[in-house]
Design a protein around this ligand. Structure first.
Ligand code: C2E
Ligand code: CA
Ligand code: CA
Length: 767
């Protein structure tokens, strides 16, 4: 029997030993681990002294052992009490006065130790229980109950704490407290009922209680608590969680996953496989873990799901199950798509923006280095003016309509890529062989007709510039620049709608750049000269002259106005040249006035652009004041173009100039598009008929009829007519017969320097 007990105690000691050892490993709950350890150590001591008692067959040693046993019991219960409070998460000092506790316990311990010599608490008796083995047990006096009382008090405090907590905790936590409490209750009961028994079984109780508190407080977390907590957490997650066991049977499915998997109309793949079916088949057929982005469809609706499969294995690497996490990233995807779209598309027209257009073209060039392409740019004439006149909303419609034309009317296979490069500039990439100039220009022009108002009251032109891709490696932006240079070369030209970039154009552009950069010096150094071309009456009298500019370039020699005037008109620099010529003319008229040649006049040209940049009325009145000349000796040649550009304003300006005494001539009459109709509103002094009428026309008769009509009409309106470009005697004859009053042309004289003109004048007057 003794042997059995000894073995049991050794077992108990090793169990406690292991627990004590393990408390040292507990890093997180330091305070709790410490108090558990103390409780266990005192428990261990209790078992140990009992064990010694078993082996020692000496009465005195038994007495000492029992004393230690009772002392240890005191402290163990004290530690247990402290444990219960700390275990509740409370501060022990808040509830118990430690000093009083120590005092009581120390007093009891001293009393127990004094019992060894005095025997006032208990004495040792030899048991008669076992026949052949000696065993000692104790015989207690009434005083011994003070010790019991202390222990009982501690045990009751502990129990109250534990039961209180157990019944005030969520159900899942209850077991943690209840187990310790029940074991302690049994232990107390055993002590209470077995005080008289010869064998003290309470040792067993201490061991169980010790292991219990270690297990409950430091090791055990209720399984149900874990699953419930995890479930609650996963229910709240926006990520779908779909857990399967090793055979692919569903174990758990959170709300988010249920939304996707179990609803009435579940999302399906393109092949009509539902999400749940897809997950199962992937789970069973796929041994790997994966993350995939899949597109599912719920009717028309597109769902982008990010699906991840994870597998769970046990300690031996055996498959235990697996789970899918399903994230609905449709919104993110849409957002991303939108962002990407906005980064690559023009917000107004929805077609590619500049960057994307360049990028796409580059892709074509890289993939097809030997194929012949055209890069085409289009540019709407005076788009800013369209915006100003009709409002930006109309301007937007014009642009949107052109984008529409590109997308729907010119589309593939003709057009490979198209985009809006900025403002009113569009870019197109096209295979050279597919380019149909006629069709492209017509469509580009027709785009305006869909825009409603404006297209017929305002001459809208969509210029087309073409660059043939000769070097596929050139940056696309440079190619576009070249196409636009081609456009620049025809801007202001009413007849041309399309231009190709070629070497001649490039040289031309270079030349233009040179002219522009030379202009400043030219004016400063007076490189511009006024030439005069005589204007004659039908009977050969010299009436006056038209001032025509010549550029005496120090390097390039004499440059004719046809080469530089259009260049300067494009950028407005023409005004500088004109102002110079006007002033020169006035200076000359003043000189003639002083010389008594008051019967001469000079006609000066006013470029349409001058009306933009100058206050024409102011400039000319200032000039006649400055040189003190009669306004009627300076004739102002304005063109139809200038008039139609801003009809009402010009009308007013012309009448003001005429009222002041200036003579206004309508230059190049018949070369534009308004002509006869315009005469009814515009009152000018002289009509200057364009020399085109005198060119050898295919139908000369017809030309002459029109000429005749214009001349008689202007006569009827009281306007003298001057015809320019007269080159032959025959022309003079029939024009005279038609009623033309004045002539200008090579037949009489070419434009000449002022001194030559003056000599001519002298000769003419002395006829
Ligand atoms: P325009 O105003 O029509 O001037 C008449 C042009 O016809 C002049 O050319 C003149 O030399 C040319 N011409 C005169 N008679 C004949 C002829 O019998 N046969 C032919 N084939 N041509 C003849 P030019 O001097 O080369 O000037 C060309 C254009 O440059 C002018 O056309 C005018 O629009 C512009 N221009 C000339 N000087 C000035 C100027 O000072 N200011 C402005 N804004 N433009 C000017
Ligand atoms: Ca002229
Ligand atoms: Ca003219």
């Amino acid at each position: 029997m003794k042997i059995t007990l000894a073995v049991a105690m050794m077992l108990a000691m090793s169990m406690l030993g292991i627990c004590i050892f393990k408390t040292y490993k507990e890093k997180n709950k330091y305070e709790l681990a410490q108090i558990v350890r103390r409780t266990l150590i005192t428990g261990f001591a209790i078992v140990f002294v009992n064990f010694i008692s078993l082996l020692m067959i000496n009465k005195t040693i038994a007495l000492i052992n029992y004393s230690i046993y009772f002392i240890c019991a005191d402290w163990m219960l004290y530690f247990l009490f402290r444990f219960s409070i700390i275990y509740m998460g409370e501060d022990f000092k808040k509830y118990v006065n430690k000093k009083i506790m120590y005092l009581v316990l120390t007093a009891d311990c001293i009393s127990i130790l004094l019992n060894i010599p005095f025997g006032h608490l208990f004495s040792i008796k030899e048991s008669t229980l076992f026949e052949d083995e000696i065993y000692f047990h104790i015989d207690t006096t009434n005083l011994f109950y003070t010790h019991y009382a202390i222990i009982l008090m501690l045990a009751v405090f502990t129990l109250i704490t534990l039961y209180y907590k157990a019944f005030n905790s969520p159900a899942f936590y209850r077991s943690k407290y209840l187990l310790i409490a029940i074991v302690l209750t049994v232990l107390v009961g055993m002590n209470f009922f077995m005080t008289e028994s010869e064998i003290d079984f309470s040792v067993v109780g201490y061991v169980i209680e010790g292991v219990c508190i270690y297990y409950c407080s430091l090791v055990y977390t209720p399984q149900r608590l874990i699953s419930k907590t995890i479930m609650d957490i996963s229910q709240g997650m926006s990520v779908g969680l779909y857990v399967l066991d090793k055979d692919g049977e569903e174990l758990f499915c959170n709300d988010a996953a249920e939304q996707l998997i179990k609803r009435i109309n579940p999302p399906k793949t393109e092949d009509d496989v539902t999400l749940a079916e897809w997950c199962h088949s992937e789970y069973l057929n796929n041994t790997n873990e994966f993350t995939r982005e899949m597109t599912f469809y719920r009717g028309e609706e597109e769902l982008i799901l990010k699906i991840q499969l994870q597998r769970i294995t046990d300690g031996k690497n055996q498959l235990q199950g697996g789970y899918f996490t399903i994230t609905n990233s449709t919104e993110d995807y849409k957002k991303l798509k939108k962002e990407r779209y906005l980064a690559t598309h023009d917000a107004l027209t929805g077609i590619y923006n500049k960057e994307r257009f360049y990028e796409k073209c580059r892709e074509y060039f890289v993939a097809n280095p030997t194929v012949e392409f055209y890069i085409i740019c289009t540019d709407i004439k005076e788009f800013k003016m369209i915006n100003d006149f009709f409002g930006t909303k109309f301007g937007d419609t014009v642009l949107t309509n052109f984008a529409y034309t590109l997308r729907n009317r010119l589309k593939l296979p003709d057009i490979l890529v198209y985009g809006r490069l900025g403002n009113d500039i569009f870019g197109v990439l096209i295979l050279k062989q597919h380019f149909n100039e006629q069709k492209f220009v017509t469509e580009a022009q027709n785009a305006f007709y869909y825009s409603g108002k404006g297209h017929n009251t305002f001459q809208m032109i969509n210029y087309v510039g073409v660059y043939e891709v000769t070097n596929h490696n050139l940056p696309v932006s440079v190619m576009c620049d070249r196409a636009r240079m081609a456009i620049a070369s025809i801007k202001g030209d009413y007849h041309k709608r399309i231009a190709y970039y070629d070497n001649a154009l490039r040289d031309n552009i270079m030349l233009e750049q040179e002219l522009i950069s030379d202009l400043g010096a030219a004016i400063a150094q007076e490189q511009f000269k006024m030439y005069l071309q005589p204007q004659m009456s039908s009977d050969g009298k010299l009436l006056g002259a038209e001032a025509l500019v010549r550029w005496m370039h120090p390097i390039k020699g004499q440059i004719m106005p046809g080469s530089f005037i259009p260049v300067f008109e494009k950028n407005g620099l023409i005004s500088d040249v004109d102002m110079f010529i006007w002033e020169t003319a006035c200076k000359q008229l003043r000189k003639w006035k002083d010389e008594g040649k008051t019967d001469l006049y000079i006609s000066v040209n006013i470029s349409p652009r001058d009306f933009y940049f100058l206050n024409i009325y102011q400039v000319f009145t200032d000039l006649v004041n400055k040189y003190q000349i009669d306004p009627k000796v300076i004739k102002l040649e304005i063109t139809e173009t200038a008039v139609v550009m801003d009809f009402n304003r010009q009308l007013e300006l012309i009448s003001r100039l005429r009222q002041t005494g200036f003579i206004v001539e309508m230059d190049d009459f018949g070369s534009g598009y308004s002509s006869l109709n315009m005469l009814k509103d515009i009152h000018v002094d002289v009509l200057k008929i364009d020399m085109a009428f005198l060119k050898k026309a295919e139908d000369e008769d017809r030309s002459k009829k029109i000429l005749q009509m214009i001349i008689s009409l202007s006569k009827q309106l009281g306007m003298p007519v001057i015809t320019e470009g007269v080159e032959t005697a025959e022309q003079v004859k029939f024009l005279s017969e038609m009623g033309c009053d004045m002539f200008q042309g090579y037949y009489f004289a070419k434009p000449m320097p002022v001194d030559s003109f003056e000599r001519l004048y002298e000769r003419n007057r002395s006829r």
